[in-house]
Design a binder for this molecule. Structure first.
Ligand code: NDP
Length: 293
């Protein structure tokens, strides 16, 4: 079997075009420009790349981008003060605090200080609760991107066996909630799971969000299953260069799976596209306008 490659890059480009159309309409019909504020504390190189990319794509979609870069030693009161200011700024419809934060800052406290209506990352405890109870919420971007790819590939997910490997608050848990919401039978696996290969072999859908390069080999995959690889791991490549790989061993999994997302070009671009879409959604809700589909 040769797996269908789920092209996240192309799908993300379609979503960005939709977003840009909505943004243009909001501006023409209502004189509103959706705005996304991104807060970066410190100088983590990967975070700097993400923030730059988010800012660029926000502007390309016709939205306003507000970047706030704070030094690594920023204290909690200063950061909370900035968030409060953004919560009260009518030009800002979405707020994203880039994680991870430096160790001296209380991540939960910071996340929960963002106005839930502007929490385009969907990490605020009230959005987590709304998602968990099947109510309208802000949905975390990475799991949302994964769900959109799965829906596009499968149509209905109802009744499928899904295994999510990883139970983080930002990927694994919300991913499991979304799959449950689409009527999958969901298993969440983690580092203490007994006989992980056997658990994964049962799955029609495997979502790997572990952070371990190429951990899932092809012989864990049920023939024809769909594999969504969330992992982004930088490893040593040839000639001293580094390269990006996912959490699944792409070659051996693609030989067995029915469909698979590549790394790069799968989940990554979908995450940013969903962030832009969430910002438009937040903007529409703030102004009492109908939301994009
Ligand atoms: P975390 O480190 O927060 O969580 C990793 C999870 O994997 C934990 O639940 C851990 O279990 C589990 N795990 C670790 N080792 C094993 C193992 N040997 N067997 C089974 N489970 C294991 O990571 P994140 O959820 O934040 O990210 C996961 C991956 O996704 C990373 O590679 C990250 O870079 C990537 N990512 C990609 C994004 C994108 O846009 N494409 C966005 C966000 C993340 P336990 O809880 O028991 O410790």
């Amino acid at each position: 079997m040769v797996a269908t490659i789920i092209d996240g890059k192309a799908f993300a480009a379609e979503i960005r075009e939709d977003v840009a159309r909505h943004v243009a309409r909001l501006s023409e019909e209502h004189g509103i420009v959706p705005g996304l504020a991104v807060v970066l504390v410190g100088e983590d190189p990967a975070s700097q790349v993400y923030v730059r990319s988010k800012g660029k794509q926000t502007v390309e979609a016709g939205m306003a981008s507000f970047e706030h870069k704070l030094p690594p030693e920023t204290d909690e009161a200063t950061l909370l003060g900035l968030i409060e200011q953004l919560n009260n700024d009518p030009k800002v419809h979405g707020i994203l605090v880039q994680l991870p934060l430096p160790g001296h800052l209380d991540e939960d406290l910071v996340i929960n200080s963002v106005d839930p209506a502007k929490d385009v990352d969907g990490f605020h405890i009230s959005n987590v609760g709304l998602l968990g109870t099947g109510q309208k919420s802000m949905v975390p971007c990475t799991p949302l991107g994964c769900l959109m790819m799965l829906r596009k590939h499968h149509g209905s997910l109802s009744g499928l066996d899904a295994v999510v490997i990883g139970r983080s608050n930002i990927v694994g848990k919300p991913m499991a909630q979304l799959l449950l919401g689409d009527s999958c039978t969901v298993t969440i696996a983690h580092s203490r799971t007994k006989d992980l290969p056997e658990v994964v072999r049962r799955a029609d859908i495997v979502v790997a969000a572990v952070g371990r390069p190429e951990m899932v080999p092809g012989d864990w995959i049920k023939p024809g299953a769909t594999v969504i690889d969330v992992g982004i791991n930088r490893i040593e490549g040839e000639a001293g260069k580094t390269r990006l790989v996912g959490d699944v061993d792409y070659e051996s999994c693609a030989a067995v799976a029915g469909a698979i997302t590549p790394v790069p070009g799968g989940v990554g671009p979908m995450t940013i596209a969903c962030l832009l879409a969430n910002t438009v959604t937040a903007c529409c809700r703030a102004h009492g306008l109908s939301e994009p589909e």
